[in-house]
Design a protein around this ligand. Structure first.
Ligand code: SF4
Length: 213
């Protein structure tokens, strides 16, 4: 990546982190995915059990793979050979994990996390349940308002996920949100995380790379 753009991202990240702290959330900037992986894995050590939400970002960084091979106590709904019922049960159990790791669909320069979920398990864990929540986000997720975040998610993240999952949503066909009432709708819950009652329960790892959708 161009060094000037990287420098700008780093400066923007420091603004976001300052604003996160005013909202009782912690934040840290990692220059690239390697630095992020090292730091996150180190910071996972005290927690048991650990769980996570579905996320391309986590896979691109290699977090799930590192935790699976690192001897951690995990609630792993993605483990091979699980039935649909077992996956759903683990998804419920993950709401009681000590640490939950997820990405965010968008983060505003003011330090608000914006997410749209289908089942809602990921946003539920971000709101309440796990003692700690680590949120990992590439700087491509930075936006300047909640409205921009929602537009980004509905007109980019959701259609991209529909392509990935081969979902026959209207946005898969037209590439933009049609505010559908389709049986395969992916946008069921819109959550804006603006503040934490429990200070520093949420920690955001901003990464100076383009990650996920
Ligand atoms: S509401 Fe429907 S059309 Fe709009 S982004 Fe979500 S799934 Fe796609």
């Amino acid at each position: 990546m161009d060094e000037h753009a990287r420098l700008l991202w780093e400066e923007q990240a420091q603004k976001v982190i300052k604003n996160l702290r005013q909202r009782h959330m912690d934040g840290v900037y990692c220059r690239d995915r390697r630095e992020a992986l090292d730091l996150i894995i180190r910071e996972c050590k005290p927690y048991s059990p650990i769980s996570w939400g579905g996320s391309i970002t986590l896979d691109e960084i290699g977090i799930r793979e590192a935790l699976r091979s690192g001897g951690y106590d995990l609630i792993d709904q993605g483990a091979p050979g699980l039935s649909r019922e077992q996956q759903l049960e683990l998804r419920r159990k993950s709401l009681h994990s000590d640490l939950y790791i997820t990405s965010t669909n968008a983060i505003t320069i003011d330090g608000e996390l914006v997410n749209i979920d289908g089942f809602g398990n990921r946003v539920a864990a971000m709101i309440y349940g796990p003692n700690r929540v680590f949120v990992v986000a590439g700087m491509n997720k930075l936006v300047y308002s909640v409205d921009e975040a929602v537009s980004r998610i509905k007109n980019f993240s959701a259609p991209a996920n529909a392509v990935r999952l081969d979902r026959k949503t209207p946005c898969r066909e037209t590439t933009v949100c049609e505010d559908c009432r389709s049986d395969v709708r992916m946008c069921c819950h819109l959550v804006v995380t603006s503040y934490q009652s429990t200070k520093d329960r949420v920690k955001v790892f901003l990464v100076g790379e383009s990650l996920g959708y």
